[in-house]
Design a protein around this ligand. Structure first.
Ligand code: APR
Length: 169
């Protein structure tokens, strides 16, 4: 049975088997969580991302998919990079957002990770409204069959935490 936990804080300060990165398809870093994870984890993460680009993901990591690298200096064994969809008012991309959580849990299972820390994927630069993103994230975590024992959502600020707390019911 997977437990779902909400935490307010900086995901790069979390201790977990796997920390999930809200990456972009280039896998070569960015701002937000991506920037914080690369800064905190150090160059070993980017080196493995570059190796992935030179091999399996020559055209980048597609939206909704996930791939693991070392966590470098972070207090975790792996970083699982996933690419969220950019919010669109015209097109329902929620299956792609749900896929980020499902695919990350699938990668976590393949690694044998038992605790996984997620950020609120797509709710920053990719502009997904927090409440809807929380609804999708929690539903995906609850409906995915996984050996992961703890799914921890790490929300940077009180507002995001409150929104997730309201959705968790
Ligand atoms: N810890 C936890 N949450 C964080 C942290 C952190 N250190 N930094 C930012 N966040 C929160 C943001 O407040 C937002 O709610 O993570 C959520 C996701 O925001 P982004 O990091 O902007 O990710 P996303 O919206 O998925 O956009 C991805 O942004 O940084 C670039 O390279 C990245 O192109 C990609 C895009």
């Amino acid at each position: 049975m997977t437990g779902i936990l909400l935490v307010q804080g900086d995901i790069t300060r979390q201790r977990a088997d796997a920390i999930v990165n809200a990456a972009n398809s280039s896998l070569l870093g960015g701002g937000g969580v991506d920037g914080a994870i690369h800064r905190g984890g150090g160059p070993a993460i980017l080196a493995e991302c570059r190796a992935l680009r030179a091999s399996r993901y020559g055209r980048g990591l597609p939206t909704g998919q996930a791939v693991a690298t070392t966590a470098g200096r972070l207090d975790a064994r792996w970083v699982i990079h996933t690419v969220g969809p950019v919010f669109s008012a015209e097109e329902d991309r929620s299956p792609l957002l749900a896929s980020c959580y499902r695919a990350s849990l699938r990668v976590a299972d393949a690694l044998g990770a038992r605790t996984v820390a997620f950020p609120a994927i797509s709710t920053g630069v990719y502009r997904w409204p927090m409440a809807d993103a929380a609804r999708i994230a929690l539903a995906a975590a609850r409906s995915t069959d996984t050996a992961v024992e703890e799914v921890r959502f790490v929300l940077l600020d009180a507002l995001a935490y409150e929104v997730f707390a309201r959705q968790i019911g």
